[in-house]
Ligand binder design. Structure first.
Ligand code: HMG
Ligand code: MG
Length: 299
């Protein structure tokens, strides 16, 4: 058992947490959310998504969000860019980090980004080249690492293959997405072992949705293996538009509570983060899915 001494949280609430909301959320609300998350100590915030507004209407104000946010020192504000068109728009907004997103499942790749896995990798190559020329770091996501809503079981070898392709292409970090939250701890460990044969552990991140209530258990399992980057969403907001029934990411507050209990440094002020979770869930009329946050509020 080799727990990391510190963990970096990547807060995906403003993107993954909000992208599936059917009612338009005001840009000002998104900007306030990003600002409050920064004030709570989150050092990496995924702020927006430069995807087609026809596919994901909630992210249509990506330019306004990216240019409107108040930058705090030491915080990385990143955005999803599935293709060159998205990257160019993001660069115009002064983005310093972007992410490409692929999948370990053919069917999910088709539904999510309208192309095969092989085709997606071909599209990402010029995105990485252009980003590198602009001095912009690129993160890579692999979706469906512990199951697919269309194909069911996904072989760890397939996850490893796509993750390696993204890493070899120049992604500085690969985030492993349990998009539909069907994973369990031993499966998560086995998948991670397969991926970590090709990619150093310190270049991997865990991105676990909590649909089946397993996300914290899965995180504990991969922390034991040495994963030190965790994606999470304030108040457990979210879901994927192309994975019906998938609920939000693991709640950031619950992750911080877990890390605090394990003596793992995260640099996050749990009280401020919990306040932010209560504020945003009230603002958009959603339940707060962080158990730690609800418990803290009722003390
Ligand atoms: P496409 O239809 O194959 O693309 O979509 P196209 O190149 O043929 O273009 C079609 C239209 O889209 C054109 O507009 C383009 O201009 C426009 P039209 O001529 O019809 O008016 N377009 C764009 N507009 C804005 N920004 C762009 C862009 N590119 C093309 N970047 C595309 C391909 C990838 C664009 C589309 O499938 C798409 O936007 N998909 C959205 C996918 C998405 O956002 N999914 C959710 C995020 S991923 C996720 O949640 C998983 C993750 O959290 C990890 C996990 O949990 O597993 C990351
Ligand atoms: Mg996700």
């Amino acid at each position: 058992m080799t727990f990391p001494t510190s963990v970096r949280l990547v807060e995906v609430g403003p993107r993954d947490g909000l992208q599936n909301e059917p009612e338009a959320i005001a840009t000002a609300t998104k900007l306030e959310l990003i600002d409050r998350l920064g004030a709570a100590g989150l050092a990496h915030i995924e702020a927006a998504s430069f995807v087609s507004p026809k596919w994901v209407p909630q992210m249509a104000d990506h330019r306004e969000v990216m240019t409107g946010l108040t930058r705090r020192n030491g915080i990385v504000y990143s955005a999803l860019t599935p293709n060159l068109k998205g990257l160019e728009a993001a660069l115009e907004c002064g983005v310093e980090e972007v992410a490409v997103f692929g999948a370990a499942s053919e069917a999910f790749s088709q539904k999510n980004i309208n192309c095969s896995v092989a085709e997606s990798l071909k599209r990402f190559a010029p995105v990485l080249e252009r980003a590198k020329a602009a001095n912009v770091r690129v993160r890579g996501y692999v979706s469906c690492v512990l199951g697919c809503p269309y194909e069911g079981e996904i072989a760890p070898a397939k996850v490893a293959e796509v993750a390696k392709a993204l890493f070899d292409m120049g992604c500085y970090e690969v985030s492993l997405g349990d998009t539909i939250g069907t994973g369990t701890p031993l499966k998560a460990k086995r998948m991670l072992e397969a991926v970590a044969r090709d990619i150093p552990m310190d270049k991997l991140a865990a991105h676990f949705h909590d649909t089946y209530g397993q996300a914290l258990a899965n995180l504990y399992a991969v922390l034991e293996e040495g994963v030190a980057v965790i994606d999470s969403s304030v108040a457990g907001l979210g879901g994927c538009p192309y994975a019906k029934g998938a609920s939000g990411n693991v709640a950031s507050e619950d992750v911080v509570y877990l890390l605090d209990g394990l003596g793992i440094e995260s640099g996050i002020d749990l009280d401020k983060l919990a306040e932010t979770g209560h504020w945003i869930t009230q603002a958009i009329g959603r339940p707060n899915r962080s158990k730690a946050s609800v418990a803290l509020a009722s003390r």
